[in-house]
Design a protein around this ligand. Sequence first.
Ligand SMILES: [Fe+2]
Length: 141
Amino acid sequence: MPTKIITWTPDLSIGVEVIDEQHREVFAHVARFLSTVESGRVEELLDLLHFLGTYVEAHFRTEEQLMRESGFPDLAAHLQEHDAFRAMFRSIVAQFARYGDDPRVGAFAEREVCGWLDAHVRTVDRALGDWLRAHGVARVA
Ligand SMILES: [Fe+2]
């Protein structure tokens, strides 16, 4: 299975530097994980997943704090999306712990994580960025 290259590109910018910077880090962690998937080294993959999950959790907290501080009107819907990622991610970690050497698990993780990230950043995070800039909450990139 050829590994998909996932990189943060400027068209993914939401115009708020603190969030863009964290998104670049998230994408870098995902890329590191995906480049290791084919190795089948399950322990190493679980470590990378743990690191990625911890980083994403901190990133979600940053966004959620900015949403609360600014009175973002779509907070509940955005939180639901983050929760959907958390559930999906937990399931991926469990599958790797059990079947990490099966290439189908890596393919599933790649499809789900990359698909979620791309769609989330381009839609709800972009809407959040527009709101934060319009309300002068965050420093404009
Ligand atoms: Fe978000």
